[in-house]
Design a protein around this ligand. Sequence first.
Ligand SMILES: [Zn+2]
Length: 91
Amino acid sequence: MFLFRALFYLILTIVAISVLRGVLGFLARIFLNATVGPERRAGAPSKESLKPEALKKDPVCGTFVAPSTALTQERGGKMYFFCSKECRDKF
Ligand SMILES: [Zn+2]
């Protein structure tokens, strides 16, 4: 009788462990989907907005500047980008 009960508890333990592993695997999948999923879905537009600008070289000091933040000066139909007002004035 004791052996039968021991066997019963052993099987119960194995079943409990396999169920627990299944639940943990399921939760892990949900967690991964929750963390990776939205990032992957939002990846395309955010990547587009985070696309690095083609940096322009300041012809005076040689510094590379982002066109969106740089000071500009048009000369001879060409647009020049400057890191500061001083550089633009020197140009
Ligand atoms: Zn400069």
